[in-house]
Write a new protein. Structure first.
Lengths: 206, 162
């Protein structure tokens, strides 16, 4: 018998893992990590009528909604830097938010119930976005009106900026903030998406 | 504070290698348990790392230690009957057994008879293509010692050691 060659040994050692299912092992690992509180930021990508959304949540709630035009890796790196590098793809935590978003897009849901983790917004922007969160389904406010609700009626530009950096779009409905004349105006996900959302809610002025 | 990538990236890039290392080190039956132990330990320690260089080696170092723990805890070291013989204090394996084990995907049973450093060195070198310098760091030894561990390990596997 010829002694085993390096090549054969290599092939045998490499092939050893062949039968084990990596995705099974990883799924069970995630479960255990969740149980032990080691998943500090869980994320999932979900489909929507507008494309792929990124949802990220901490133990406090949804901390980030990434719209289709946002780079996923960049968002995840920012979350790792801001909160903890224990950022993992663990879709189960995001299921309630995903279900509500599905129902919202189907026109069946008019108010989100999922808790929001507000830590990515600060200062005046935080006040603005809290005011935005209170705008009812189907209604709109102008940037000036939102600025007033946030405590500074003249800060309509700052209100616009705050909407632009909304970390949790859709759930915090910055699409319901429109220009004073009634035109929808800008939106993080693009003006067409804003129009489509306002149409969905029946609030688009013609 | 170090800029560390999201942990998911480590899973995406290195989980396959870690699992492969473990299957070859502790066998398919126990590999998943040790895989979990490895990554849970890594997750715990991760935020405290001072830098994100060489996370591949870092993970395999943890896997190596967990595999050693696993053996210490009294796991079976299965050697096929009739294939091994005591040779000068070590155990040598016949070529036939080695070939058969390779065919059956049970190479780990033969590798398991090696002492820990040789076992890990051989598996790292052949299952993950790790450079000798990195194997040395992982085993906390010199590069020369790492090469020796691979060489001696192979000799034992081939039954050449007297």
């Amino acid at each position: 018998m010829n002694p085993i060659t390096d090549k054969e040994l290599k092939s045998a050692l490499r092939g050893a893992a062949g039968e084990l299912d990596l995705s099974d092992a990883t799924a069970r690992l995630l479960e255990r990590a969740e149980e032990e509180g080691l998943v500090e930021v869980a994320y999932a990508t979900v489909d929507s009528p507008f494309g792929r959304l990124l949802l990220a949540g901490t133990d406090r709630g949804i901390v980030k909604v990434g719209l289709p035009n946002q780079d996923v890796d960049e968002v995840l790196s920012q979350l790792a830097a801001r909160f903890s590098p224990r950022v993992l793809e663990a879709p189960r935590r995001l299921d309630p938010a995903r279900r509500e978003l599905d129902e919202y897009f189907e026109g069946k849901l008019t108010a989100f119930d999922v808790p929001v983790d507000w830590r990515l917004s600060r200062g005046f922007a935080d006040k603005v976005l809290h005011a935005v969160a209170r705008i009812p389904y189907g209604k709109t406010l102008s940037y000036g009106e939102v600025a007033a609700k946030a405590g500074n009626p003249r800060a309509f530009r700052a209100a616009g900026t705050a909407c632009g950096i909304n970390p949790v779009p859709l759930i915090v409905p910055c699409h319901r903030v429109v220009q004073a004349g009634g035109k929808p105006g800008n939106y993080g996900g693009g003006p067409e998406m804003k129009r489509a959302l306002l149409e969905l809610e029946g609030s688009l002025q013609r | 504070m170090a800029t560390l990538p999201p942990f998911q990236e480590l899973l995406d890039e290195h989980a396959r290698d870690v699992l492969g290392f473990l299957v070859a080190s502790v066998g398919p039956h126990d590999a998943e348990d040790v895989f979990q132990e490895t990554f849970i330990a890594a997750l715990r320690a991760y935020p405290d790392l001072s830098h994100g260089d060489n996370l591949h080696s870092w993970l395999l170092t943890i896997a190596h230690r967990k595999a050693v723990d696993h053996y210490r805890a009294g796991a079976r070291r299965a050697v096929p009957a009739g294939s091994a013989e005591e040779v000068g204090g070590g155990v040598a394996v016949s070529d036939e057994a080695l070939e058969r084990a390779g065919d059956d995907g049970e190479i780990w049973k033969l590798v398991s008879v090696l002492p820990p450093k040789q076992r890990s060195a051989v598996v790292l070198r052949f299952a993950t293509d790790m450079a000798y310098s990195q194997i040395a760091e992982l085993l906390d030894s010199s590069e020369e010692a790492a090469r020796r561990n691979v060489h001696e390990g192979l000799k034992k596997l081939r039954g050449e050691l007297r």
